[in-house]
Every structure is written in C-alpha cells, then in structure tokens.
Design a protein around this ligand. Structure first.
Ligand code: CA
Length: 229
C-alpha cells in the first residue's frame, strides 16, 4: 500500500459493519485504521493522524458525539473531516450531529458508493492531491495524476520520495511537519527509517526545486521540522 495514500480511521463497534467498510475503503486505495470504541479511537487519532474519520454514533464507552466534540475542539485535530454514521434518522439528531462539528452525516443503512463519494468530497477539500487535483504553491504546480511538477523556470524532475514529500507540503502550505510526521506520511508507519533520512531527501528536494535558480520554498523550522513557505 502506498504510504501517502489517504488514511481513514473507521470507528465502529459492529464487526460486520467494520469489515464491510474496511474492505471497500481498501479497495478504493485508502489506508485503513480501525477502532471499536471511543478510547481506542482517540488514541489512534493521536497516533496515526488520519486524513478523515468515519465515526459511528453509538459506541460503547465514549460516544461518537463526544469523540466528535473533543476532536473538533482540539486545534490539532479540528481540521480532520468527520463523517458521522448513525442508525438514528430523526432530523433533530442530524442537526445535533452537525452542531458538534461533524462535516457530514450518513444514516444507516447507507449506500457504500455514496459514502465513498462523500469521503472523496471531504478529501478534495483537505487533501486535494489524493483525489487527483492540481496543487499550486507560488510558481510550483504539482499534478498528482501524472506525477509532474512544473515551475516557471521549467519542469522539475523528482524521485518518488521527493515527489511525495513535495505533495505532502503542498497540501498544507505553512504547516510545520516534524521529521516523524514526514516519515509516517511519506515512508509509512511500518517501516523503520532514521529521521536523518528525512533531512537527506529534503536536501535533494530543495536542490531539484532550485536547479534553474528561483527561491527555495522550503523552510527549516529549528527544533520542529520543515514547512513550505
Ligand atoms: Ca454502533
């Protein structure tokens, strides 16, 4: 599985539902993490920084609504889209679901195809390159489908690791990424790579981006990591 495939956290206590969702999400190319209760979900959010969360309403222990409220009131997680899944269908519940900050809401039984479409809609906003959109930052244009990168000065040829680093940066200009976060996103969580490897590839990326001159868009943030702009 591609390490920079978008990560989905599925929080669902019904085994059959969890299995169906996981199967379909993996078939669509997503990385899937699973939690069967609220505590596990909160732990996995902190640990894996998912790109989107599918959150069942009725869970043992901490409820889906409470998880949603906590994640949406925390600055480090509030931008992660949450789609609430619920067996309840009353309009009042729908309103309550959205009031807690959920980005979307689906009532069970839902159509898997529609759920997948809504997942993509959310990701188009937060991780555009993962759904094939062009990313732009100043004079840099990155096409995730063709894997081509252009600057005003010409085409920038990048190795696969440098390409993934750049697309990670371009999805969130200004965001500071720690070396560990870049390792998780670009190399994958299951592979052991020394954090100094990140510095080596950042060096290569900078060199490639500036090969025809132009400014170095990557900023080293002392003690924290790297950011674009
Ligand atoms: Ca449930």
């Amino acid at each position: 599985m591609n390490a920079d495939a978008p990560g989905v956290l599925v929080v669902e206590d019904e085994a059959a539902q969890l299995e169906v969702l996981t199967y379909n999400l993996e078939a669509e190319g997503f990385r899937v993490e699973k939690a069967e209760n609220g505590d596990e979900a909160l732990l996995l959010v902190a640990e894996t920084a998912p790109d989107i969360i599918l959150l069942d309403w009725m869970l043992p222990g901490v409820s889906g609504i409470e998880i949603c409220r906590r994640l949406k009131s925390n600055p480090s997680t509030r931008d992660v889209p949450i789609i609430m899944l619920s067996a309840r269908s009353e309009e009042v519940d729908k309103v309550r679901g959205l009031e807690t900050g959920a980005d979307d809401y689906m009532v069970k039984p839902y159509s898997i195809a529609e759920l997948m479409a809504r997942v993509r809609t959310q990701l188009r906003r937060t991780r555009p390159s993962s759904v094939g959109e062009l990313l732009r930052y100043e004079d840099i244009v990155l096409n995730a489908e063709t894997h081509r990168v252009m600057r005003d000065s010409g085409e920038i040829k990048l190795g696969p690791t440098e390409f993934r680093l750049l697309s990670t940066f371009m999805e969130k200009p200004g965001r500071v990424w720690s070396r560990e976060q870049l390792l998780d996103r670009v190399w994958g969580r299951d592979i052991y790579v020394d954090t100094r490897t990140v510095d080596v590839h950042i060096g290569r990326l900078r060199k490639a981006l500036c090969q025809y001159g132009g400014t170095d868009p990557i900023r080293t943030v002392r003690g924290a990591g790297y950011a674009l702009g």
